[in-house]
Every structure is written in C-alpha cells, then in structure tokens.
Write a protein that binds this ligand. Structure first.
Ligand code: G4P
Length: 534
C-alpha cells in the first residue's frame, strides 16, 4: 500500500448520511458496513477487544426517543476505496451538532423513503449541506414497497431543493412488482432478487446486457413495457450526470434500491467511489498567511469537529474527533494548536461501528479520536508545525436561554465545573454573567436541555433546575479597538456575560433590544455566530 498522503487522500470518501427519521439511514448504514466488512485499513492495528463504546445512562434518551444523539464515525474499505461514514444525529433539535459533523464530511448521501419523498427533516439537513456546499448523492430507498412515481420523486427533489436530478439507474416498478433497475450508463439490467430468509450478504444477480438473450428475462410483460417506456423518457427528459455540477452542488445523482433487502447498495457505493469528492484543499491561515492546505502537504493538519465524553467505561475520558486535512498521521506524533498547546497523540483511536482501535497511521479524510482530559475544543485546528489555522467551526447564537440552578445549594461549585465541562464539549453553551449570579445556558434546540439534564444526573450526580431567563438572545461582541470594547462592556455590565472561552457576550432581553443596542453602539460588532480562531 502506498503511504503517500496525496495518493491515500485520493482514494478516500468521507461522507455523512442525511435523512428524515425512518427513511432507512440505520439500515443503509448497516448494509454499507456489511459491504465493507467494516474492515479497517491499517494492517497492524492492535484491537482493544472489550473496550466497546459505552451505553451510558444519558443515552437512554436516544433509545426512548428512537433518535441518535451522539454521532460516531465508521470506517470501511470497499473495492480499493476507503470510506469514512460520519453518523449525524437525526433529530431536528440537534442542528448544531449535525452542522459540526457535516463540516467534516466531503459529501453526503440523502436517503429518501420512496413512498414519501422529501420530508421536513431532509429539507432542513439539506439546507445545512448547502451552507457548506457539500455535494449530495440521492438514494431512493424502500423500492421493495409501493413507491411514488419516480418522475414525481425526482420532480419533487428538483423543485424543493432547487437541484438538478440525474438518475443513474431507472427502476422497474416497485413493491411486489419491483423487478430491478436499468443502469442508464451501461444499459444493463440489474435484476432484483429477494434475499432468502436468513440469507447473509447481498442479492447479487448477474447483470443482463441489452441485446443479450437474457435481457429482462423473467420480468413480467407489463413491468417490462413500463420500464422501457419510462426509462426512455427519463433518458431523454432528465439531466445527464455531470461531475462538475455534482461537485458544485447543483446536481444530484439519483440511485434506487432497498437498504433492507441489500439491493442497490453496492451500486450506490460504486457511485460514491467513482464520483464523490475526495478530501479537498481547505482554506486556512498558515503562519498568518491566507492559503489553501492541500491533502498532499506533508505537515499533518486537521481540526476537531466534535468532542465526546465518557466513551470509555473505565475512565472518564474525553475524545476529540479530529478530521485530518493533510499529511500522513503516525501514532505518537505531537500535534499543536496555533496557540502552541501541544497534544502528544499516543493512543489515537479509529472508529469502526461499535469498536475502537488504536490507529497506527491515518490520512487526509480519516477521523481519529484524540483522548484528552480537557484542553481540546470543537473548532480547534491542530498541526504538526502548529502553524495552521482553519476557518473555524462556528458556534451558533442560542435560540433558547435558561438560568440553571442546582437543587442542593452545597453543590454550587460542582455545577459550575460540570456545566463548563459539558459546555466545552458543546452539549450546550454556557454563559457566566459578569456580575455573578446564576449561570445561563443556551441551546439551539430544546432537546439539548434534556441531554444536559440527563448527563448532569448520570455523570455528575447533580439535580438541576432550569428556570426562565430574562434573556432571549445572545450575541458575541467585538470592536475595532480594545478601548471601545471595554467601554461598552462597562456600560452594559448588567447584561454582559462570558462564554467558556471567556469571550464577551451580550445578553439581550429580545432580539429587538439587540437591534436597538446595536444601533446605539455602531462601533461594536454583534455576531450571531462565533468562529473559534485556534
Ligand atoms: P432511520 O435510521 O432512518 O430512522 O430508519 P431505519 O433504518 O431504522 O428504518 C426504519 C424502518 O424502515 C425500519 O423498520 C426498517 O426495517 C425499514 N426499512 C429500511 N429500509 C427498508 C427497505 O429498503 N425496505 C423496507 N421494506 N423497509 C425498510 P421498522 O419496522 O421501524 O424497524 P425494524 O423493526 O424492522 O427494525
């Protein structure tokens, strides 16, 4: 195997799956892992047998609500390509976490239920992808069930997402009549066969070439006629696949199949391998100069897009998920933030489904887990040289603010520590009013408070009470000169707070008030996102 970062980067596809709950994301993930045998690339990995991911108490919420709150990373290899699948939390309240995960993905698969088309959550996640210009591959799932007309589905994608749709395959009916699909590129038919009960693996049938004797053999006459007619219409009337348009986010290639029946999944994976983008050059400041960091650059660099605590039942550890952007990472390397803080990475982890292993080496596009006892933040850029700062991952201004108190007043100090620790992890944002008083926690969605509540109980033994806060909006503030900033902070001290990084935040009683204060203080910038610099 070549160990050159540019070559290794070129065969990597780092992607996320977006979908509305129940469209089949979990089933598709399982099928994809099955296709890859969930095998990790480095030969000499020392498996840490029993150290499975914890199912800590707070994950109860996930189970009860049937949602996945924590995201994980799964790596697998197929057909010479290395795939890194980043699992995004599916609940709408978790848009902030999802957004962060998507910053680490080079493309996304959008899974649609063939009977339902675009659903609200798909739309929302799609918008997040669009913010980052992430190319999207569409997988229309559950073709083994009665589906909407494929033209209707494609038309809906086109009109709701303002994107061209290029079918790569065309289905022969659906539900009970589902017979397979025609490869619109090669004009071969891929027959659908139902897996036998208990059959493992994929229902791979030989492809049937047009003109050959076996073409559409066994397909009912009505289905055959329908396929020939609709496939021709699709070919003539719908856009052809165009790599540039796809990579720029204007066009989505469309695949059909059934994740549950493990049909169409290998075709989807092949499509991803052939067309989805490998890790791309990223804008960064290197030694203060704006530049692009290419994957082939020797200096290992990347950024932390997620922090997760308590992944190991034995220790109260924290793991920073580090997406590599350049260079060849090797175990034992020291990586530094631009502020000079160094992390010696003795035990990097690679994530595979339920297991973790120590990584010996990793390349651009890969995600490794860096264990730490704090000190790492979401959005941190790390590099061997310590010279690289990527554009940060923003924090979003919270839409809900609450005051938080602990039931047992003797535990006030614990509360602060626990909140700060969970705040650093990005569970919720935490603001300390400069005049003292109760801490204020902020979230983009209500569910974040529930997760916070559960985790405070389970991990810190703290019963907390959330109370309505007089504030409804928070803005990070900055100014041209320090004097201007300090003068404003002094004037507005009763409404000033600091976030976990001690950055100044103005708490407003309404967005109207923020607008008003802004008008009165033209020298102060009020920002509803905060990009972490380094
Ligand atoms: P999600 O992660 O997007 O929420 O969806 P998930 O994969 O859990 O799938 C939701 C339901 O849809 C599951 O059924 C799953 O078996 C079913 N499903 C997924 N893909 C297909 C498919 O290609 N064809 C058909 N017919 N069904 C599919 P469930 O009854 O809710 O759960 P389970 O009891 O089967 O696990």
């Amino acid at each position: 195997m070549s160990a050159d970062p540019a070559t290794e980067a070129a065969r990597r596809r780092t992607f996320a799956i977006i979908s509305h709950p129940d469209a089949g994301k979990t089933t598709l993930t399982e099928s994809l892992l099955l296709a890859g045998g969930a095998i990790h690339l480095a030969g000499e990995v020392a498996a840490r047998g029993q150290a499975r991911r914890t199912t800590s108490d707070w994950m109860k919420i996930e189970r009860e609500r049937g949602i996945s709150v924590s995201s994980s990373v799964m790596m697998f290899e197929h057909d010479g390509m290395v795939f890194n699948l980043l699992d995004t939390p599916g609940h709408e309240d978790f848009s902030e976490d999802t957004y962060r995960t998507l910053t680490a993905a080079d493309s996304a698969i959008m899974v649609l239920d063939a009977a339902k088309g675009i659903e609200p959550q798909t739309l929302k996640l799609f918008e997040v992808c669009r913010l980052r210009d992430i190319p999207i591959t569409t997988f229309i799932n559950k073709m083994d069930r009665e589906a909407l007309d494929p033209f209707e589905l494609l038309d809906e994608i086109h009109s709701k997402l303002a994107m061209d749709t290029a079918p790569m395959y065309w289905p022969a009916a659906s539900g009970q009549r589902f017979a397979g699909m025609l490869d619109l590129t090669t004009d071969e038919f891929v027959p659908f066969r139902r897996l036998e009960h208990g059959e493992e693996g994929f229902a791979i049938e030989a492809r049937q070439k047009r003109g050959s004797e076996g073409f559409l053999a066994g397909v009912r006459d009505d289905v055959r006629a329908e396929l020939e007619e609709t496939a021709e219409l699709a070919r003539d009337g719908l856009p052809k696949f165009d790599l540039t348009a796809f990579r720029e986010g204007h066009l989505t290639p469309v695949f059909f199949g059934s994740a549950l029946r493990r049909y169409g999944v290998l075709e989807l994976l092949a499509g991803l391998g052939a067309n989805a983008p490998p890790p791309r050059p990223l804008k960064a400041k290197v030694k203060g100069q704006e530049t692009e960091v290419t994957p082939g650059r020797n200096d290992v660099s990347g950024f932390i897009f997620k922090i997760q605590a308590n992944m190991d039942p034995k220790h109260r550890d924290r793991v920073g998920f580090f997406r590599i952007s350049s260079g060849k990472f090797q175990r034992g390397m020291t990586l530094k933030t631009a502020a000079g803080k160094g992390f010696n990475v003795h035990n990097p982890m690679m994530f595979m489904a339920q297991d973790r292993e120590i990584a010996q080496e990793a390349f651009p596009g890969d995600v490794i887990g860096i264990p730490s006892h704090g000190g790492l933040r979401v959005g941190d850029s790390l590099s061997q040289s310590g010279d690289v700062v990527f554009q940060g991952i923003p924090n979003f201004a919270p839409e809900i603010l609450k005051r938080v108190r602990v039931k047992d007043p003797l535990k006030q100090k614990h509360l602060r520590k626990a909140l700060e620790s969970l705040g650093e992890e990005g569970v919720t944002q935490v603001f300390k009013p400069v005049h003292g008083g109760d801490l204020v926690v902020g979230a983009v969605g209500q569910l974040q408070f529930e997760v916070l509540d559960e985790r405070m109980k389970a991990e810190y033994g703290l019963e907390v009470i959330f109370e309505t806060s007089p504030y409804q909006a928070a803005r990070w503030i900055s100014a041209e000169t320090r004097a201007d900033l300090e003068a404003f902070i002094e004037r507005s001290a009763s409404q000033m707070a600091e976030d976990v990084d001690n950055a100044p935040v103005f708490l407003g009683k309404s967005s109207w008030e923020i607008g008003y204060v802004q008008e009165k203080n033209p020298k102060i910038r009020f920002s509803d996102t905060k990009e972490r610099a380094a």
